[in-house]
Design a protein around this ligand. Structure first.
Ligand code: ATP
Ligand code: MG
Length: 415
């Protein structure tokens, strides 16, 4: 377990504030659950035969003789809380969480016994669109942190029936090669053969290249679902790589499974892991509630982001203008605001207002100053809030007189 020292905290705060901004924009709500849960939650929710439950949990009996566990991950706790408080009575839940998690693993770079996750859960939504949306929230967030060398690995685990068919075949195949497997994998053949696909043992990994593939066991329905997800990701221009060996560490996944990896992380390459878990909520006594989510490992993310995260600076204002007279005013205003210590980006495209607005949103500035012919003739400046509304109509806005620039600067410094 490690201390986070003052020198490191700035980077953490920056990452967390960018995450919060993304979550707010996506309309997610935060949930905070206790760090300690009953052990049974994880053995039921995650599965007895997983590494996490079998080997990695911090369990203890409390003074009342109850078996307690320091949470090893967030999803089971969030699911428990949703069931316990009947939150689904208010409709589907789109939540995020963050906090420390505990796993008794071998400590190494990118792997601690106390680590931190930030995660998202969409609970009670079956639509494939939510799979694409959840992935895009992670992808856009990581891009915004300045990470450009990420790979999205994608797989489908199909339905329970698909997996049962596959398990039988895989088991036969593995039993024939029993002696070539590592000890852990040998133990798993009967209890949880799918998990062998997730083995970190190199010789087992190599052997598995020839193993039967889950993709050959998918029903038409599962395939159609997966194809549609791929189409949605293509439309969003999110690149992905199909990895048919990707099963993820926990038992509760079905259909979509994904990981986001980086070459710069060494052997602990996964920065984000997620997938669909349609059976978990009902397993914990709740209603049938198809769900999907992901978790990002903060330590790995901070390692990737490095010091550049501290210098990540976005403009305070983006200046949008159209027309010759507007141009001069725009330049004047830009320089005036810069001398007031504000970071200002001036648009140079001369393109339509809507295109300039798109660029302004992309710049991540909080505000736009809009100068068109009307503003010039009335000697006014229009200031509009950015990034809280896709469409430029209906954004929060203020009008200032050209001569009252001090008031405009006060407003900019305000928020
Ligand atoms: P790995 O294959 O690296 O063990 P995992 O499949 O066990 O990962 P998840 O349970 O999916 O991990 O957790 C999501 C993310 O949390 C991981 O992708 C990783 O970034 C981070 N994470 C998991 N375990 C640790 C750990 N012990 N130390 C630091 N980060 C971790
Ligand atoms: Mg692990």
């Amino acid at each position: 377990m490690i201390d986070l020292l003052p020198a490191q905290i700035k980077g953490w705060q920056k990452v967390e504030s960018i995450a919060l901004e993304h979550f707010n924009r996506a309309g997610l709500q935060e949930i905070r659950t206790p760090i300690i849960e009953q052990t049974e939650l994880f053995s039921r929710g995650i599965g007895e035969n997983t590494d996490v439950v079998g080997k990695e949990m911090y369990n203890f009996d409390d003074r009342g003789g109850r078996s307690c566990t320091l949470r090893p991950e967030g999803t089971a706790s969030v699911a428990r809380s949703i069931v316990q408080h009947g939150l689904l009575n208010n409709g589907p839940q789109r939540l995020w969480y963050r906090g420390p998690m505990f796993r008794y693993e071998r400590p190494q770079a990118g792997r601690q016994r106390q680590f931190h996750q930030i995660g998202v859960e969409f609970v009670g939504i079956a639509s494939v669109m939510s799979d694409a949306e959840v992935i895009s929230i992670a992808w856009d967030f990581l891009k915004d942190i300045g990470l450009n060398d990420l790979t999205l690995e994608l797989n489908t685990l199909g339905s329970n029936e698909d997996r049962n068919g596959f398990k039988k075949d895989l088991k036969d195949w593995l039993n024939k090669r029993f002696d070539m497997l590592d000890e852990d994998s040998q133990k798993r053949i009967d209890v949880n053969p799918l998990r062998i696909l997730d083995s970190k043992n190199n010789s087992t990994k190599e052997l598995l290249c020839e193993a039967p593939s889950l993709s050959d066991f998918l029903s038409k329905e599962s395939k159609t679902r997966f194809d549609y997800l791929r189409k949605l990701l293509d439309n969003l221009k999110i690149p992905y790589k199909i990895n048919s060996k990707l099963v993820r560490g926990l038992d509760y996944y079905s259909d979509t499974a994904f990981e986001i990896t980086s070459e710069h992380l060494g052997s602990q390459a996964t920065v984000c892991g997620g997938g669909r878990y349609d059976g978990l909520i009902s397993e914990l006594g709740g209603p049938k509630a198809p769900s999907i989510g992901w978790a990002i490992g903060m330590e790995r993310l901070i390692m990737l982001a490095g010091d550049k995260i501290l210098n990540l600076k976005y403009p305070d204002v983006y200046v949008i203008h159209r027309g010759e007279k507007a141009e001069q005013l725009a330049l004047n205003i830009t320089c005036q605001l810069r001398s007031a210590n504000l970071a200002v980006e001036l648009d140079y495209s001369g393109s339509s207002f809507s295109k300039q607005f798109k660029r302004a949103d992309k710049s991540r500035a909080k505000w736009a100053i809009v100068i068109g012919e009307d503003e010039v003739s009335r000697d006014q400046l229009l200031m509009k809030k950015l990034r809280d509304n896709e469409n430029s109509e209906g954004r929060e806005e203020y009008i200032f007189s050209r001569n009252d620039i001090d008031q405009l600067i006060r407003k900019l410094n305000d928020k």
